[in-house]
Each structure stands twice: as C-alpha cells, then as structure tokens.
Design a protein around this ligand. Structure first.
Ligand SMILES: [Zn+2]
Ligand SMILES: [Zn+2]
Length: 316
C-alpha cells in the first residue's frame, strides 16, 4: 500500500470540496484505489444540520462514501457505490486519472440505501444519457432496480446494463483484477448488502461501508478478524464513533458497530494488522471527521486509520 503524498487542491463543485491529486504522483502504480468520499450516505454537512461549520467552510465538507478502482494500464475506471455526490466525484476521478470526459467501465453496488445507489439517477436521460454502463448488483438489488422507477427507465433505455453478482463468486475484470461480493448483515428494507473484496495478484482490499454488528457476520460464516487477515487493506463501517452521538434519535434503529467497539474488539491485533484498517462512512456527527478531535487522535494512537477523500492505495 502506497499512499500518495502530494499537493492537494480543493475544487468546489456543487458545494462540495474534493481534493484533486495531481495525476503524475501515481506514475509507478498500475492499479489503484482512490477514495472518493468518506461520509455516511447523507454526506457532511447533513440536511438540516445548520450548526455544522462545514456549511461555512467547504474544506470541512465530505462527499458520501465511495471508492474508485483505476486500472491505469488498461485505462479503465470502476466505481464502488454510486452516491448522491457522483457528479463531483466523477469530476475528481477524471482529474485524478487524466481521462477526458466520462468513461466508467462499471459500477459495483453494495445496497439500496440512499448513499450507495441514488447517483445512478445522474446516468439517465435527464442528465448524462449514459450508454450501457455495466452495473454489478446482487439479486435483490437487480430486482429493485428493474421493478421500481426511476431506475427501471435506466434499464429500459440501456443507460445501464445490470450484471449479476453472486455471493462469494469472483468477477474477473480482466487485467488481473478480481472483485468478489460477500454478504453482510445490514438493515434489508429493500435489498441485501454486500462488501467487496478487490484483489490483484499482489494485493487485496476489502470495502464494507455498512454492517449492523460484527457478531452477526459470524452466522454468515465470516469474522472481521478473518477478513483482516485475508486482506492488505480494509475500508470498514465507522458510521458512529460512540453510542451517544445522536441526541433525540433511537440509535438502535440504525445499528452500526461504533469505532470504539471495533477498536476494542481488535485491540489484540498486531500493529501491522491494525494499520490495514481504514475507517470510512463517517456520519456527520462523527467527531473523527475532525483531525484535531480527541476521537481522531485516539484512532491514530491505537494504530488505525481514517480513510480520507483523495487517498490513493496502490494494489500492485
Ligand atoms: Zn450507508
Ligand atoms: Zn446502509
């Protein structure tokens, strides 16, 4: 894993600040992951949260969580999740890759909560009028998109083409990249939820922005510890830092493992194992958005990381 260190320029698009990293910093890396956002579905600042300083200081704003996979050798780009911030994220991706114009080679969807698929709407006739972009989706997700507007129009007009995913079945993207979905327990109002293992011959990453409880994964035959052991880099659900973050809201209705819970669970791991973990999908209320917070410092001191928009990770 090689993190690009470079001058970060902030661009303003639709009120969002996305760091754009100069493309030349990535010369030696053929296949990389690029973090397009680290906020929970609703982004930061969130609707109605007008006390959030990010309204006045766009450098404190964060797009919703998504990753891009960039195969420089084959000039291909893939998205993991299509967020409501997709416009600015694709602009940032083009700036990062040096591509001109929009040329996505596929979108992998984790599930049908708003931060993870609403961006598909921008591919339709009212916006991009995209041509047959492959959208990789699990069975319930495909049915949801095929049977509900406005998504079914994207399918009918062939703006998108649905590509079936099967739990734990690898998809070979050619160019030596394999993507494998893995079911995870998460509120399933509409669809199942998956995480994605993204592997080259040399390195592997795992992306799981949403899960209810780590212990529930055991019933599905998976443990967090096994996933950490099996990958070089993990982007893991870190929606809340602790359990008292949302006064007036019943947090049991929106279960997520808190960062403090996850860190306690993984306390026994070696420093190298802990360093693989990059927390992502931070709610607007999560103090770890702020690098000067006690929460952020506690995470770093414990040996873990917080994924930052604009981070790049080499997979070869
Ligand atoms: Zn989410
Ligand atoms: Zn969700």
């Amino acid at each position: 894993m090689k993190k690009t260190i470079s001058v970060v320029l902030y661009i303003m698009v639709s009120g969002l600040a996305l760091p754009v990293i100069a493309q030349n910093d990535n010369q030696t890396c053929r296949i990389s992951l690029y973090v397009l956002g680290n906020a929970q579905d609703a982004g930061k600042p969130q609707i109605g949260q007008h006390q959030d300083p990010a309204w006045q200081d766009p450098s404190r704003a964060q797009p919703a969580t998504a990753l891009a996979l960039y195969d420089k050798g084959k000039a291909r780009t893939y998205l993991f999740d299509a967020t409501p911030d997709i416009k600015a994220q694709l602009y940032a991706l083009d700036q990062h890759t040096g591509k001109t114009g929009f040329a996505l080679d596929g979108i992998f969807l984790t599930h049908a909560h708003i931060g993870h698929y609403l961006g598909l709407a921008q591919l339709g006739r009212e916006a991009m009028g995209a041509n047959a972009i492959p959208v990789y989706a699990m069975p319930k997700m495909r049915t949801f998109l095929r049977e509900n507007g406005p998504w079914n129009l994207l399918v009918r007009l062939k703006n998108i083409v649905l590509i079936p995913l099967v739990d734990q079945q690898a998809v070979d993207l050619d160019g030596g990249i394999v993507v494998t979905p893995l079911l995870a327990p998460h509120r399933a109002e509409y669809t199942e939820t998956v995480g994605f293992s993204i592997a080259t011959k040399h390195k592997s990453a795992f992306y799981l922005p949403d899960i209810d409880r780590w212990d529930d994964w055991g019933a599905m035959g998976t443990t967090l510890e096994a996933m950490i052991a099996a990958h070089d880099l993990l982007f893991l659900d870190a929606t809340f830092y602790s359990g008292n973050e949302l006064p007036g809201r019943d947090m049991s209705k929106i279960p997520h493992p808190t960062i403090t819970t996850t860190m306690a669970r993984l306390e026994h791991l070696s420093a190298a194992q802990k360093n693989k973990v990059h927390f992502i999908h931070l709610n607007h209320s999560n103090p770890a958005h702020n690098h000067h917070s006690k929460a952020y410092k506690a995470i770093k001191t414990a040996g873990f990381n917080v994924a930052q928009t604009g981070d790049t990770h080499c997979l070869n």
